[in-house]
Design a protein around this ligand. Structure first.
Ligand code: C5P
Length: 227
């Protein structure tokens, strides 16, 4: 069977990664969560003190980009790849609300995007890949055979993310999660470099009132029609 590239874009916490992981498993494809890469760069910037509530020293981050090594390593037990920053497993740390609060600022820096997009394009060279993010169908793989654009109401998305964080034991308030989701939506869709928008030819899926099973069946249908 012909291998294709599946590009999934959309707003924060629309369940892109859940669907993408499931799809990759079903098809025997590689799954790449590009948000994890932007999150890991943000964690690095936070640890190095390049970014804090008052200030963002972009030039220091850009000068140090060559010191950031990002790798995905497959975790057999979990069934997905985890993010490693300079050899350290940072999968848990990159998902905190603190990193979420900074990531969209870091992701708006053109040099950061340039470096990460290059790595993402390399990962997808041989097709057979499901990649999710904000610019996959528009910038990383504009020729992807199947493009999806996921949306849902901000309140539904914030509630999903809030429950995820609480389940992990993080002490967060729903209002802070909602504010973060809305802030990221705004920055991601208004930045100059690669703003989040529906790619040409992308199929829009609003999953505000759609269960996982229904979404998955619908998307699998689209895949089967494409292959
Ligand atoms: O997908 P996730 O919510 O983990 O992504 C975190 C952030 O990384 C997004 O809000 C966005 O600012 C940035 N991002 C991006 N381009 C991508 C993936 C993520 O700008 N392809």
């Amino acid at each position: 069977m012909k291998k294709i590239t599946i590009a999934i874009d959309g707003f924060s916490s629309t369940g892109k990664s859940t669907i993408a992981k499931q799809l990759a498993k079903e098809l025997g494809y590689i799954y790449v969560d590009t948000g994890a890469m932007y999150r890991a760069v943000s964690l690095y910037a936070l640890r190095e003190g390049f970014i804090n509530p008052e200030d963002f020293n972009e030039s220091d981050l850009v000068e140090n980009l060559h010191n950031i090594d990002l790798k995905f390593k497959y975790n057999e037990a979990l069934g997905f790849a985890e993010m490693y920053l300079n050899g350290e497993n940072v999968e848990r740390e990159i998902r905190t609300l603190e990193v979420s609060d900074y990531v969209s600022k870091v992701a708006a820096v053109p040099e950061v995007r340039y470096q990460l997009v290059k790595q993402q394009q390399k990962m997808g060279e041989d097709k057979g890949i499901v990649m999710d993010g904000r610019d996959i169908g528009t910038v990383v793989f504009p020729d992807a055979e199947l493009k999806l654009f996921m949306t849902a109401s901000p309140e539904k998305r914030a509630m999903r993310r809030y429950k995820e964080l609480i389940d992990k034991g993080d002490k967060v308030a729903y209002e802070d999660v909602l504010r973060n989701v809305q802030n990221r939506d705004y920055i991601d869709s208004h930045r100059e470099d690669s703003p989040l928008r529906q790619a040409e030819g992308a199929v829009a899926i609003d999953n505000s009132d759609m269960g996982l099973k229904e979404q998955f069946e619908r998307i699998l249908n689209l895949v089967n029609r494409t292959i």
